[in-house]
Design a protein around this ligand. Structure first.
Ligand SMILES: Cc1cc2nc3c(=O)[nH]c(=O)nc-3n(C[C@H](O)[C@H](O)[C@H](O)COP(=O)(O)OP(=O)(O)OC[C@H]3O[C@@H](n4cnc5c(N)ncnc54)[C@H](O)[C@@H]3O)c2cc1C
Length: 409
């Protein structure tokens, strides 16, 4: 049986960079990546709609969430510029788009995965796919890693098994369970960066419509807004601003209300004047035609109804109060949150294994020497926009480097 120095459980973003950093640090070491899927990086090639939003120009504490107050210390030693240098060293160039989102210049997630895979090959990392780690024991200072096919001995182990989100791409709870076995505790998990279920009565007729809007989410006393394309669906709403704000819900719907501004370029009073001007020229004098050329037809009709008016009512008879009622629905269309879509639809898992039991410089467990962890399995969640992959690169690189440095011979 081959005895390894570094055994990495999970061949996703954090596991692959961990393997590369371990081998670059100590080329003499034997490093293995064990991946349960039939190939590595299945989630990675689906990131950013196949374009891989690899990181963000604004890597700062404002974009991350964790139960650990000192969470941003974990970014020390390998952050944005190190990530850029690392990827450039394997041939990946970058392109920056709106909101600081950084993509590979090729705009192909597959090219990021190829570059990582080829570097692993060049460095002679052993990669075993279609093998699921089922058991992890430690005796005589060495780990025994049992899979469905074989078992391995290793001096150090890095848990890079990801989180519970998106099971079709490899998401599962194995990483949490393996770490819990060594005394680590896990915060409650919740689906994050996911579509949201809302009351449907008001928006039934909007299914399939996409529109640019400012979406505001109020949860208890906190409130955040984001601009972008909203998609109305059979369960509620989706689209970039919804995914972005879903983090605030922490998987729950209590006290949560969306409001949609369908005309963010115009203030309330300008829309009031705009409507007054068109009152007497509305085709057939019916409210259903009030918004022709102004709003999507079905959105316009939904607004009329939600303002308590009938589509067949006369437009020229609208009074000041009714006009203002209509405009308040255009600027602040209310939509009650009823739930979030589950882990299977989520991009990321909120919560995870508590960070404070890991050394922030090395990613080594304080509870079990030789055991390291990185990536989504830990309690660090980023906003949508490249922040989660940055955490995978940061924590994976540091774990690989430290695991390799910890081997004495
Ligand atoms: C559709 C989608 C789009 C996304 N887009 C972006 C984006 O553009 N930008 C961004 O920053 N983030 C994005 N994310 C999030 C990002 O992909 C993850 O945060 C990141 O991949 C986490 O890296 P990881 O290494 O921790 O986990 P993963 O990449 O999930 O890798 C973990 C690996 O471990 C394997 N594994 C688990 N258990 C075992 C076991 N017992 N034995 C062997 N192997 C095991 C899994 O099969 C998996 O391959 C997206 C996520 C999804 C689902």
């Amino acid at each position: 049986m081959t005895v390894y120095d570094v055994c990495i459980i999970g061949g996703g973003a954090s596991g692959l960079i961990a393997a590369i950093s371990a081998k670059r640090t100590r080329p003499d070491l034997k490093v293995i990546v064990i991946e349960k899927n039939d190939r590595v990086g299945k989630k990675l090639i689906n990131t950013g709609n196949g374009r891989c939003n690899i990181t963000n120009a604004d890597i700062s504490a404002d974009h991350y969430y964790s139960s650990d107050n000192a969470f941003f210390d974990y970014f020390d030693g390998f952050s944005l510029n190190d990530t850029k240098d690392f990827f450039e060293s394997i041939g990946v160039l970058f392109k920056e788009e709106e909101k600081g989102k950084i993509y590979p210049y090729s705009l192909q997630a597959s090219s990021v995965l190829d570059a990582l895979r080829y570097e692993c090959e060049r460095l002679l990392v052993d990669i075993h796919c279609s093998e699921k780690v089922e058991k992890l024991d430690k005796s005589n200072d060495k780990f025994q890693v049992a899979t469905n096919l074989s078992s391995y001995t290793s001096q150090t182990v890095i848990i890079a098994a990801g989180g519970a989100a998106s099971d079709k791409l490899g998401g599962c709870r194995d990483g949490y369970n393996l770490l819990k076995q060594y005394g680590h505790t896990c915060t409650p998990l919740y689906p994050c960066i996911t579509a949201v279920k809302t009351e449907l009565n008001l928006i039934k007729a909007l299914k399939g419509i996409k529109t640019d809007a400012i979406l505001t989410l109020k949860v208890g006393n906190s409130r955040k807004s984001d601009f972008g394309e909203i998609l109305f669906t059979e369960y509620g709403i989706s689209g970039p601003p919804v995914l972005q704000l879903s983090q605030m819900l922490k998987g729950r719907a209590d006290n949560a209300l969306f409001s949609i501004d369908f005309m963010p370029e115009y203030d309330f009073e300008s829309i009031v004047s705009m409507i007054k001007k068109r009152l007497n020229s509305v085709y057939e004098d019916k409210l259903e035609n009030l918004f022709i050329g102004m709003l999507n037809k079905r959105i316009g009709q939904t607004i009329i109804k939600s303002a308590g008016l009938q589509l067949s009512d006369s437009a020229s008879n609208l009074n000041e109060k009714e006009i203002r009622g209509i405009v308040s629905k255009i600027k602040k269309f209310p939509l009650e949150v009823t739930g979030v879509r589950g882990f299977e639809y989520a991009q990321v898992t909120g919560g995870g294994i508590e960070l404070n039991r890991f050394n922030h410089e090395t990613m080594q467990s304080n509870l079990c020497k030789g055991l390291f962890a990185c990536g989504e399995v830990l309690d660090m969640t980023g906003d949508c926009g490249g922040f989660n992959l940055q955490w995978a690169w940061t924590s994976g690189y540091k774990a690989g480097l430290s695991a390799a440095r910890s081997i004495k011979r």
